[in-house]
Design a protein. Structure first.
Length: 57
């Protein structure tokens, strides 16, 4: 589970794959953690917050 300012969301499989690929290139774990949190944060559209949509692939 990923927790960001009180929002908890399970990582989607595409996010997990992306983080694994980035982990091979980026040595700074703090930067990877920020990327993970950004992916899990969700989106704001027209002033309404929504969870990050699950990939359809």
């Amino acid at each position: 589970m990923i927790v960001l300012t009180g929002v908890t969301a399970p990582p989607c499989s595409m996010h997990v794959r992306l983080i694994k690929l980035l982990d091979e290139r980026i040595g700074d774990k703090g930067v990877l953690r920020l990327i993970e949190q950004g992916l899990a944060a969700g989106v704001i559209e027209d002033g309404n917050w929504a969870e990050t949509p699950e990939s359809s692939s």
